[in-house]
Design a protein around this ligand. Structure first.
Ligand SMILES: [Fe+2]
Length: 385
């Protein structure tokens, strides 16, 4: 996140002596990306962050691919993914390519006996159901329905849920996830036409600082393996940090829609960008106000990107038979558009309550065995009159 943030206690100068009350030194860590060129954070720890005591199990969690080359449009019934107690076990990859993995999860329990770290990918969690606290080594973020949680790669975290009824839509991205450049000025400040501003970005405000030693399990995800690493000190032992690389939250309900006299294209809904895919938020908004306008989208060919739409809430005007929790996949190479009747149905409508998250990937997505379990194989025929 290109905003400077400071939490806890830090010394006046980087890389200088910063001492504990007993006179010993805190341990400094530069937590950075893209060599020394990307965003970074300087953190100060009670214990050395390097104390690996043991490496236990290593096992693959690579998704099992069911369809490699796909040109068929699909609907997936996301709420058919079964709830599971454990957070990591509950995460089911449904669509994947070499840049990203799109997952559905219905975890029932908070992470208790382990910490988790994804070393390969930034994680974007969209909270469809549930509330709780994301606890990280760089501070905590409370979350609820409609929140995006952006967890940069390498952040060690636990997730606490308030209840058992949780539904998450997750994108793991091997490419860094940023807010769109088009919304920012040369210095990184969000511009006046941006659909969200700095005030909408929630940064960690509370820090858990533990100074315990012992055995602490971190499940580390690397190259589709989970490696169970035992550390000799508590992973949440930061007394302070500053920089640009930290987790943050943004509520889809704080996205201010951009509307026009005629139908606005998906880029006005853009919320996040990478060089491999974009994420857009479709939120309740007024429809187009030209006297002859057609609020439903026109047929369109996304020739070079696969389009994934996750339906969250409201009425999905352009689709028939779509419910909350469904995912539609409209693959690159073929046109798609409103279902029969949807165009006529939209004329004269003044507003929509739809809430949806879209992921457009520039490389084709493969379908996993988990996806096929919840797939509607007949969806591709749904435009037939
Ligand atoms: Fe589309």
């Amino acid at each position: 996140m290109p905003f400077y943030h400071k939490l806890g206690r830090i010394p006046h100068k980087r890389h200088t002596q910063f001492r504990k009350p007993d006179g010993s030194l805190y341990y400094e860590q530069l937590f950075g990306t893209i060599g020394f060129d990307g965003m970074s954070t300087n953190s100060y720890h009670e214990q050395r962050p390097t104390q690996v005591k043991e490496i236990r199990n290593q096992y693959s969690v690579a998704p099992k691919i069911a369809r490699v080359n796909n040109i068929q449009s699909y609907r997936f019934k996301g709420f058919q993914v079964k709830p599971e107690a454990d957070y990591l076990d509950s995460r089911k990859t449904v669509l994947v390519n070499s840049d990203c993995a799109i997952e559905l999860a219905a975890p029932q329990e908070s992470t208790k006996d382990y910490f988790y770290k994804n070393t390969d990918a930034d994680e974007l969690l969209f909270i469809h159901k549930g509330s709780g606290t994301l606890r990280t080594h760089l501070g905590n973020l409370d979350f609820k329905y409609g929140d995006y949680l952006l967890i940069p790669r390498g952040v060690i975290y636990k997730i606490d849920f308030d209840t058992k009824d949780n539904r998450l839509f997750i994108v793991e991205s091997r490419r860094p996830i940023y807010t769109p450049k088009k919304y920012r000025n040369w210095f990184g400040q969000l511009l006046e036409h941006s659909p969200f501003c700095e005030r909408d970005i929630r940064r960690p405000e509370t820090l858990e600082t533990n100074n315990e030693t012992g055995e602490f399990l971190i499940k580390v995800k690397k190259q589709d393996d989970i490696i169970e690493m035992i550390y000799a000190s508590h992973p949440f032992d930061v007394v302070g940090y500053d920089g640009y690389n930290y987790p943050y939250a943004f509520s889809i309900h704080d996205f201010e829609p951009i509307t026009g006299r005629i139908h606005q294209p998906p880029p006005v809904h853009q919320t996040f960008e990478t060089d491999a895919f974009v994420v857009c938020s479709f939120v309740p908004r007024l429809y187009d106000y030209h006297p002859q306008s057609i609020p439903a989208p026109y047929n369109h060919s996304n020739i070079d990107s696969d389009e994934v739409l996750y339906y969250v809430d409201g009425d999905f005007m352009s689709r028939n038979d779509i419910e909350a929790g469904h995912i539609s996949l409209h693959p690159a190479g073929i046109p798609h558009g409103p279902h029969p009747g949807a165009t006529e149905r939209s004329i004269g409508k003044t507003e929509t309550e739809e809430l949806a998250v879209m992921v457009d990937t520039f490389k084709p997505l493969q379908l996993t065995e988990e996806a096929m379990k919840i797939a509607d194989e007949s969806y591709f025929k749904s435009w037939l009159e």
